[in-house]
Design a protein. Structure first.
Length: 342
């Protein structure tokens, strides 16, 4: 059993990381922004004792020294998984995303170095956004961990999407620069997922608070996208359960230290999601886009970038779920929130 600090425990990805940690016998303290969020997580794990699951409130990860107290525990932490970072495309100012991402990531590393000397592994959630070059032609490009987004601070202010891409890129670069400069006693591993799909956790009480990536499934099932299937945008996906496992394996496997992991299942499109929902859930068929309304969600394999997930498969040992399983389980997880009643 490893004593693990998990940041951002109420998030979509973190909830699945927590499930894997507890399922594999680890002891976890997770940071949350409020007692209400801690209580909601506790209700989903009623059989887990307090010595294996407890909470620490960090209201604002962008504040200096935000994690100094959180990293101190008895027994001491041996590993840290840092998932806490904003993910949305609604920022009016790039700093809304840049500051929490960069300061939060470097802040947790500084706190661990100063106050948690027994930590040997730190895993940080980054993104395909830190790999993908959205400004270049991708017709013949095969992306891997060797690639970095070339986005600049000036470009970050061009759009909310660019602000997000910059936040993930700059935060990850800052993490690697910290390790190179400070030579801490822990190793750093970084997980770089593309779009994350799959079942939600049931801490949520409303479809309005659904994570950004699954909103496309909600909109299709609810009929909100009937007149026009939304553009796919990012043509690579990973199931959130595989992503949760990847984070945990990165603290368990010594060979994962010092590496990035491009965790990708396969290509997908919103048109494919629509087809799967139509086949697996016929009762939603009349809510789904058809004919010309599907065209914005289609893609041709020609001109869509490729991917190399060899490192994640060989070092972490991940066997990635197919799209159909992710979509079926995601739709089922939305039903308790009332998607049938919309």
């Amino acid at each position: 059993m490893t004593r693990v600090l998990l940041t951002g425990g109420s998030g979509f990805i973190a909830a699945h990381v927590l499930n894997v940690l507890l399922g594999r016998g680890h002891s976890v303290v997770t940071t949350v922004r409020s007692q209400a969020k801690a209580d909601a997580i506790r209700r989903t794990h009623p059989k887990i004792s307090n010595d294996r699951l407890s909470f620490f409130i960090v209201e604002d990860i962008a504040q200096p020294n935000a994690f100094d107290l959180a990293v101190v525990t008895d027994p001491p932490f041996e590993a840290v998984i840092h998932t806490a970072s904003p993910y949305h495309f609604h920022a009016k100012d790039a700093q809304e995303l840049l500051a929490p991402a960069i300061i939060g990531t470097t802040g947790i590393l500084k706190s661990v170095q100063k106050y948690a000397p027994l930590v040997k592994r730190v895993v940080v959630t980054s993104s395909f956004a830190a790999i993908n070059d959205v400004f270049a032609s991708s017709a013949d490009k095969v992306y891997s961990e060797a690639d970095w987004s070339p986005i600049t601070e000036e470009q970050a202010n061009d759009s909310p999407a660019n602000a997000y891409r910059a936040s993930k890129t700059f935060a990850e670069r800052a993490a690697w620069e910290f390790v190179e400069r400070e030579k801490p006693s822990f190793t750093l591993s970084v997980i770089n997922p593309p779009l994350v799909l799959g079942p939600i956790n049931h801490n949520l009480t409303s479809l309005n608070t659904l994570n950004t990536s699954n909103q496309r499934i909600r909109d299709l099932v609810s009929g909100a996208a009937k007149v026009r299937c939304p553009p796919t945008g990012n043509y690579l996906f990973v199931d959130v359960r595989d992503l949760g496992l990847a984070h945990v394996l990165a603290i368990e496997k010594e060979a994962a230290g010092g590496k990035r992991f491009f965790t990708v299942s396969s290509h997908f499109s919103n048109a494919e999601i629509t087809e799967i929902i139509s086949e697996e859930f016929p009762k939603y068929k009349n809510r789904l886009p058809t004919g010309d309304a599907l065209k914005p969600g289609e893609y041709s394999a020609d001109g869509v970038y490729g991917f190399d997930n060899t490192r994640a498969r060989e070092i972490l040992g991940i066997q990635f779920r197919p799209l159909r399983e992710s979509i079926v389980d995601a739709v089922k997880s939305l039903m308790p929130l009332g998607v049938d009643r919309i």
